[in-house]
Design a protein around this ligand. Structure first.
Ligand code: NAD
Length: 509
């Protein structure tokens, strides 16, 4: 019977996808070799044609040509297109969120939240367009002025992952555009339709405000098409979001041609819970961070490092919440955990759990498949696993909802365990003791790009710089001064005197 439900539902979802695309003003793509599936049933939504190498090359050429004029538009003028994009995103918020659910499987609240994040970064970028400040420094020479100016960089290649199919693009594109760059976007091959929707809205925004729509290009396909951005010397910055495996290939290739890279790679995020923590608050934050988006956020909480005195009660609170989590169709109200993206994700989860149990881990709850549409779609209950030690599988990022629980006695040991993984994205401490909190945030505390107190590891705001250290890649996107990655800096010394003094007091001739 569930098989029948899924058979009925997939064509409905495919039709709904077409309706949504038309609503954004997008043309329904011609059928092609790239199959787009919905993780809700695993069924086919559409097929589209991947771009050829020649088409990708031509898109980069168009972006490079558009850059020549775009870089001379004053930054506040460039913000007009971002302002219009924000208006269009606001008008289409619910529909774009629905498309994210259909294509990536996120529950409605998280999908619409992702669109809100796009609107937020647009607003940030509009304000930023009047704040691309350079410094003026005192010159050591009389009659001289020393200053820095910031200039557009060129073509920015954006490579994005399936799990934030629209927000990560917006983080990059809103900033790149006000900084005077043009953009070529290669979205995940798993989520090309949300990309088509965003591309259409941006081009529409450009036309509405009289900007050349060629400032934004979309190229579709797998890693071979992504590689074109990586290897093309005209692409000044490659901003790549995805796995560490991808970053290992991309970074040296971009470096080889002296291009710039902004890497946002995998995380293996942990929270320390100390004896003074508010356990109820901690448990709520932990459940959202570990089980939200079915464990498919780069900032998902994967390791819990709990003081032995509170490990029992905290684990019990989390277990109780886990057993109540509704797993199911992300389009249904009340569902909190949607599907995994595909079979491979499910296999990886299963294998990781087997390895954890072989390492003498103890499954507290979860991990089993949930039959929402029979064999179709990959639905799982989030898993909670007590581990005697931080073994190899715990140090890896498994992109699925598995929360490993480790215990500690001394805070120093907890911090050491926390940092003893190759990734360095997000981290938290739950405590009401200010000394413990400050210890965690200190130079020899958490080694991550994001370190929080009394909130979970996921759900960052756009106002702060986002990114992580070590194998997470070192990039920073979104707020604060992340914009500097999208511009080039020039140091200018102006001599307004009639003399020619040399720096360092050098006399020449
Ligand atoms: P993935 O690495 O498989 O793919 C990401 C993107 O890179 C896709 O567009 C893919 O086509 C492209 N790609 C892969 N190999 C490439 C190559 N050799 N050259 C050029 N492009 C290439 O990742 P995924 O499965 O889509 O996403 C999940 C991963 O992304 C997780 O590891 C997650 O932690 C990470 N992620 C990180 C952040 C962050 O901000 N740090 C955000 C979201 C996701």
């Amino acid at each position: 019977m569930t098989q029948t439900l899924s058979d009925q539902l997939t064509p409905e979802l495919a039709e709904r996808t077409r309706v949504l695309l038309r609503g954004f003003g997008a043309e329904i793509p011609a059928p092609g070799d790239l199959t787009v599936r919905t993780p809700i049933t695993g069924g086919q939504l559409l097929t589209i044609r991947a771009d050829t190498e020649e088409q990708a090359h031509a898109a980069i050429t168009r972006a490079a040509t558009a850059f020549d004029a775009w870089r001379t538009v004053p930054a506040p003028g460039r913000a007009a297109v971002v302002r219009r994009l924000a208006e269009l995103l606001t008008a289409h918020k619910t529909e774009l969120g629905e498309l994210v659910t259909l294509e990536a499987g996120k529950i409605g609240a998280e999908a619409v939240g992702e669109v809100q994040e796009m609107i937020d970064i647009c607003e940030f970028a509009i304000g930023l367009s009047r704040q691309l400040y350079g410094r003026t420094m005192p010159s050591e020479r009389p009659g001289h002025r020393l200053m820095e100016t910031w200039h557009p960089l060129g073509v920015v290649g954006v490579i994005s992952a399936f799990n934030f199919p629209v927000a990560v693009w917006a983080w990059n594109t809103a900033l790149a555009l006000v900084c005077g760059d043009t953009v070529v976007w290669k979205p995940s091959e798993t989520t090309p339709l949300t990309a088509l929707a965003c591309h259409t809205l941006l081009r529409r925004a450009a036309v509405d405000v009289g900007v050349d729509p060629e400032v934004h290009q979309l190229i579709q396909g797998d890693s071979r098409i992504g590689a074109q951005l990586v290897d093309d010397e005209r692409v000044a910055l490659v901003s790549a979001t995805g796995s560490v495996r991808m970053g290992r290939i991309v970074a040296p290739r971009v470096a080889q041609r002296f291009g710039r890279c902004l890497l946002e790679l995998g995380g293996n995020n942990a929270a320390i819970v100390t004896p003074s923590a508010d356990l109820e608050l901690a448990a709520r934050a932990i459940v959202f961070a570990a089980a939200g988006t079915a464990g498919q956020r780069c900032t998902t909480l994967r390791r819990l490092i709990v003081h032995a005195d509170v490990a029992g009660p905290l684990t019990a609170l989390i277990e109780r919440a886990y057993r109540q989590l509704r797993v199911g169709n992300p389009l249904d109200d009340g569902v909190l955990v949607g599907p995994l993206i595909d079979q491979a994700a499910h296999d990886n989860m299963r294998i990781a759990l087997e390895r954890a149990l072989a390492d003498e881990g103890e499954l507290v709850c979860g991990g089993e498949r949930v039959e929402v549409f029979g064999d179709n779609g990959h639905y799982v209950r989030p898993a909670l696993v007590r581990m005697p030690a931080q073994t190899a599988v715990v140090r890896e990022e498994t992109f699925a909802p598995i929360l490993y629980v480790l215990t500690y006695h001394e805070l120093e040991h907890a911090i050491a365990l926390h940092n003893a993984v190759p990734q360095g994205l997000s981290s938290s401490i739950f405590t009401t003791d200010q000394r413990e909190a400050e210890r965690f945030l200190a130079a020899d505390g958490s080694d991550c790009g994001i370190a929080n107190v009394n909130i979970g590891t996921s759900g960052a705001e756009i106002g702060g710089a986002f990114g992580g250290e070590k194998q997470t890649g070192g990039g920073r996107e979104s707020g604060s001064d992340s914009w500097k990655a999208y511009m080039r800096r020039a140091t200018n010394t102006v001599n307004y005197s009639a003399e020619l003094p040399l720096a360092q007091g050098i006399k020449f001739g």
